[in-house]
Design a protein around this ligand. Structure first.
Ligand SMILES: C[S@@+](CC[C@H](N)C(=O)[O-])C[C@H]1O[C@@H](n2cnc3c(N)ncnc32)[C@H](O)[C@@H]1O
Length: 286
């Protein structure tokens, strides 16, 4: 049984630090949002005008607009691979990954978890953060990695060799589909699932499939909390990355889990920034 009070007591310092980080780094978010409106209208926006925190979004938008003008969006364009690799090394992405994995482990302790499940693991950047933490703790909690793409399966042997003390498996799973029986029936319960920036590429319906295997979910993703949208959101939607509306996610999470904690809601509400970036949900009977 994990009560709300237990979770809040365990995570309250971390939550305050997370909110403080977001308030500090996002305080000028509207300047970037308005610059993205101008880019959408075809106006020139110089890179120097955009705060470093938002420059990955700026680059993504520049490439997306250029491809749109050419008439097709090409996910295999090497500039995108380079951009995503660079994004994974930014201060925020590292902080985000550190917090997501730390919270997943704290929830795993509280739930006395039998396994960890990472969804949308991709090239294993977030995975490496988790595996390092498990190695530092001397933990042998099994980790199952999943993604819709083969890249993850190819990456697994290298991760397993770098972190030999952690029992590690990798399996293909498109979370727009229900989990394969092998996952649903064989993962040692309780299962703590965690992710970063992967549901963004799907729809909130994926939460239903996650809940079929996980007792606790730690969602590091950009959910649009206020409903306000800018050029950045519209251009991303045109190339197939639609904003995840929290108004759609919340009722689903509330139906699928007993407790839902919008970890950085205080920052979102204080700044009026559209997004919330970390949500934890769990069944308190685990
Ligand atoms: C931006 S990458 C993030 C990778 C990793 N989570 C990280 O933070 O380093 C997004 C990942 O989500 C995965 N993804 C997107 N849609 C998915 C789906 N429907 N099912 C499973 N994985 C998906 C992609 O294959 C990709 O690896």
């Amino acid at each position: 049984m994990i009560s709300r009070q237990q979770v809040e007591a365990q995570l309250c310092d971390r939550q305050q630090a997370y909110v403080a980080f977001m308030c500090d780094h996002l305080k000028n978010w509207r300047a970037w949002a308005q610059a993205s409106d101008r880019m959408e209208r075809g106006e020139a926006v110089a890179r120097e005008e955009v705060e470093p925190f938002f420059q990955t979004e700026y680059e993504w938008m520049r490439i997306a607009l250029e491809m749109q003008a050419r008439g097709e969006f090409d996910w295999s364009d090497p500039r995108l691979g380079k951009l995503f690799a660079a994004a994974a090394q930014t201060e925020f992405y590292r902080f985000w990954g550190d917090q997501i994995t730390a919270i997943a482990l704290e929830m795993a302790d509280l739930a006395n978890a039998g396994s960890l499940l990472e969804v949308g693991a991709g090239r294993g950047n977030l995975t490496a953060t988790m595996l390092q933490k498990l190695t530092d703790r001397g933990s042998a909690l099994p980790v199952v990695l999943t993604d819709a793409h083969q890249t993850l399966i190819d990456r697994q042997p290298q991760l397993a060799a770098t972190y030999p003390d952690v029992p590690l498996q990798a399996q293909l799973w498109n979370f727009c589909e229900p989990p394969p029986a092998q996952l649903r029936d064989n993962l040692p319960r309780p299962v703590v699932a965690y992710e970063r920036a992967s549901i963004t590429y799907a729809t909130v319906g994926a939460l239903e499939h996650l809940a079929a295997v996980a007792d606790v979910v730690v969602l590091g993703d950009y959910f649009n909390y206020t409903g306000e949208q800018f050029g950045y959101d519209r251009i991303s939607a045109r190339v197939g990355v639609k904003p995840l509306m929290y108004a759609d996610a919340r009722p689903l999470l509330e139906r699928l889990f007993d407790e839902v904690w919008e970890f950085d809601r205080e920052a979102t509400e204080r700044l009026g920034v559209p997004n919330i970036s970390l949500v934890i949900a769990w069944r308190n009977g685990v």
